[in-house]
Ligand binder design. Structure first.
Ligand code: SAM
Length: 275
């Protein structure tokens, strides 16, 4: 397993920029075991042997997918969404009142809870946006997560994690044991596959970028490269959201953190107050 572990580690780092720490053999084993079973292989060593024998097959994709962590919830950490509702969106709506356009990018959207939370927030609280062009692009490397996101279908457990009952009943239909997000909200977001550590395509200039809880898996050089590229995409009066435990500190000093509790919101302009 030692050399197989090293192979997977190296492979996932090269493909996705995801750093698997030494000693995490158990993680690789538990993530790859379902693939070993479904492919009818004898062991992880056999899986690695197959991977070594070819390049860029469907199996390679499955291994990358399996090594991603897709943990997410609706309205995760709530503070960013409150900040958007009470402060940032009113400001942006005022600033863009002539063009009537807003662009939001979710750079690691996983199974869709993050972009759909914002979409519901927009519908609930900003009826004045009805005739605006709101472009919401959501990307992720994981195909399985993207498929689920596009479907907009969630288990009871998933909606229990963050979706208030009132909004659940208003924006979802119960179908069997699951909850189907209504098309009206689903159609507000376009999902496509994109590797943050590969070539970036189809990402427009943005008013808001969410890149929460993904760079924790990358090394410093990758974080710096990504934050630099986002800086160029973000409008000067736009906003960047990182996860609650993440920071731009010592990575890209051009961002300034908004002094708002745990919102993880950064300005690219240096006009805020450093905390
Ligand atoms: C923990 S989830 C975060 C989801 C959401 N942003 C949130 O905060 O709730 C991390 C996501 O990053 C994605 N990811 C990991 N490496 C990536 C890469 N190189 N490019 C794009 N997405 C990546 C994973 O597939 C996963 O869906």
């Amino acid at each position: 397993m030692d050399t197989s572990f090293e192979f997977v580690r190296e492979f996932v780092r090269n493909e996705a920029g995801i750093v698997i720490e030494a000693g995490k053999e158990y993680l690789v084993e538990s993530r790859l075991a379902p693939i070993v079973r479904s492919e009818g292989l004898a062991s992880i060593d056999a899986l690695v042997q197959t991977l070594r024998g070819s390049r860029q097959t469907e199996l390679h994709r499955k291994v990358v997918d399996a090594m991603t962590t897709n943990e997410t919830t609706f309205f995760r950490d709530i503070d960013p969404f409150e900040l958007l509702r009470t402060d940032l969106l009113p400001k942006l709506i005022n600033a863009r009142r002539l063009s009537k356009r807003l662009t939001i990018w979710y750079a690691a959207s996983s199974t869709g809870q993050e972009p759909y939370s914002v979409s519901i927030l927009l519908r609930e609280h900003f009826p004045e946006l009805k005739d605006w062009r709101i472009e919401q692009v959501a990307t992720d490397i994981c195909r399985k997560a993207l498929d689920r996101a596009r479907a907009g279908r969630y288990s009871q457990l998933e909606v229990n994690r963050g979706m208030p009952a009132k909004l659940l009943l208003r924006y979802f239909d119960k179908q069997g044991l699951e909850w189907q997000l209504k098309d009206d909200i689903r159609s507000m977001v376009t999902f496509h596959e994109m590797n943050l550590n590969g070539a970036w395509s189809r990402i427009p200039q943005c008013d808001i970028v969410f890149i929460r809880n993904v760079m924790i898996y990358f090394d410093v050089a990758a974080k710096q490269r990504i934050l630099g590229k986002i800086y160029d995409l973000l409008r000067p009066d736009g906003y960047l959201f990182l996860g609650a435990a993440e920071s731009t500190m010592n990575l890209d000093e051009r961002y300034v953190r908004m002094p708002v509790n745990r919102a993880g919101c950064y300005l690219p302009t240096g006009t805020g107050t450093r905390t």
